[in-house]
Design a protein around this ligand. Structure first.
Ligand SMILES: [Zn+2]
Length: 501
């Protein structure tokens, strides 16, 4: 299934886009003391909501939680009676340097302006949906810097991409930009006949050890490898050999980095699980020759049991294929939520002839099939992902919330909204609301070594919190029913974050 691809021209001008939007502001200004009164705390370490609690926040951290009223004479007070306080949502699979639906690379001033508008709105859209921490699993340096230059933004953590020379996703980019977009490629001497080292490149910088060292030196928390030989009918992209994967793994361990793998087909995931990697960046939706009328076939079940016993983290990314299918629905851009997360000019452009370029590209890939057919193929493949996720949940496997926004240049994935839609899809797949709460908070914090600061509502943690109008243990829609977002102790009215504000 062709599900995750980028246009080769997509990033040529990213540097120009990024530098145009740098703002010299900081979100770390010290907030005054904040006292939340009479709130019901919903947090993964609590068996049930802790009602009528008083939460004192000093600076950027929670300092005290009490069942009794707190004095705190100088604090700003919020009477939160009737509201639910949760940890801010962590989305552990995003790509902040790739704007959904925009063909980067054109000099066209319209596109440059649209991108600049996106760069300004993107972090606000995440916050609009309560996403206060993101992990960028493979970003282009300039785009990540532009995100971090925005005055209000979720806390950002990063992985570095260790791609094999000319393999996925490097293979999707024009040869002229490949080395700039993926500086950390691994050269395999055994593959030199088909994929020779580019002229002027130093082989010593492209061993697995040197690449992982460079990624670690730039402050990444994880290394991402891509186990993907092709989408749909194709399977001709070079894969990293098992010996090289093992060297990447050893180097990652040496630098205390997690090893994350892109893999969504059973043959590719088997390689990842054999290593084993620490995290799978996708659910299992491509079952190759295996089929089942309901549930999962035994061969798939065996593989999923292995993921569980080896304690491999898994991001279902249930929105990847529906995000493609959304291009082929007539009502996607009429969804009223789009006006909240997409800048008005960009939303108008998506609906224009030019804005439909990726849809046309997908139509060609599907041999000109009707829209409804293309949507249905994507959704029925995703049904296999839903069944895999349900099976894993029944095993008691802790899932990780990761939306993969955007997984492709489709306007069907939007920041924040897709994190929420990912949670909604998990609920549709049969994952209980408590497991969704855990996936969105503590599981991600634990998996990525961020538990000291994030993941629960407890004294000592960073005050990245949400005030919800309804209980997220009663309906998944509560995660979109946000009254206020608290970011490092600073209270933000939700509507001020909207793109149409
Ligand atoms: Zn991704």
């Amino acid at each position: 299934m062709r599900a995750q691809m980028w246009n080769g021209k997509w990033v040529t001008k990213l540097g120009a886009f990024a530098s145009a939007s740098v703002l010299l502001c900081s979100q770390s200004a010290v907030a005054e003391d904040l006292l939340l009164q009479n709130v019901a705390i919903v947090s993964p370490e609590l068996r049930e909501p802790a009602r009528n609690r008083h939460v004192l926040i000093r600076g950027e951290r929670i300092v005290q939680i009490s069942a009794k009223a707190l004095a705190a004479p100088n604090a700003k007070r919020i009477d939160a009676r009737g509201l639910y306080l949760t940890p801010g949502v962590m989305d552990s699979h995003v790509h902040v340097s790739t704007p959904p639906g925009l063909p980067l690379g054109a000099d066209d001033p319209t596109l440059v302006a649209l991108n600049a508008a996106y760069v300004r709105q993107q972090p606000r859209s995440y916050l609009y949906f309560g996403v206060t921490q993101v992990i960028d699993l493979a970003g282009v340096a300039e785009g990540v810097a532009a995100f971090e230059a925005q005055p209000l933004r979720p806390d950002l953590f990063r992985c570095g991409a260790a791609v094999v020379l000319n393999g996925y996703p490097m293979a999707l980019f024009d040869t002229s930009v490949r080395l700039r977009v993926f500086p950390d490629y691994v050269f395999e001497p055994a593959n030199a006949a088909a994929h020779p080292l580019p002229a002027g490149e130093d082989p010593a910088k492209h061993t697995p050890e040197a690449v992982v060292e460079a990624i670690a030196a730039r402050g990444a928390r994880c290394v991402k490898v891509f186990i993907e030989d092709g989408f749909g009918e194709r399977s001709d992209w070079p894969l990293m050999s098992t010996a090289t994967l093992k060297r990447v793994q050893a180097a990652a361990r040496k630098h205390h980095l997690l090893l994350v793998a892109h893999a969504n087909a059973i043959d590719m995931q088997r390689m990842a699980v054999a290593l084993p990697v620490d995290v799978l960046a996708h659910g299992l939706w491509n079952w190759n020759e295996y089929r089942a009328k309901e549930g999962v076939p035994e061969a798939i079940a065996q593989h999923l049991r292995l993921i569980h016993t080896r304690k491999i983290g898994l991001q279902p990314t249930l929105r990847v294929l529906p995000g493609i299918a959304d291009l082929f629905r007539a009502d996607t851009l009429q969804d009223p939520v789009y006006a909240k997360v997409v800048p008005p000019a960009l939303l108008a452009w998506y609906g224009s002839e030019a804005g439909q370029w990726f849809k046309r590209e997908m139509q060609r890939d599907f041999g000109g099939a009707p829209d409804a057919k293309i949507a249905q193929v994507n959704l029925s493949t995703n049904d296999q992902n839903m069944r895999s996720v349900r099976f894993l949940n029944k095993l008691g496997h802790p899932l990780l919330l990761g939306s993969d926004t955007p997984s492709a240049p489709t306007y069907g994935n939007q920041p924040g909204y897709d994190t929420y839609r990912e949670m909604r899809s998990m609920a549709q797949a049969g994952v209980p609301l408590r497991a969704i709460l855990e996936a969105a908070t503590l599981n991600n914090a634990r998996q990525f070594g961020l538990e000291k600061d994030y993941g629960t509502v407890e004294a000592g943690k960073i005050a990245n919190l949400l005030l919800l109008k309804t209980n997220p243990l009663e309906s998944v829609q509560a995660w979109a029913d946000i009254e206020r977002v608290i970011l490092h102790g600073r209270v933000i009215e939700r509507e001020t974050l909207a793109a149409d504000h």
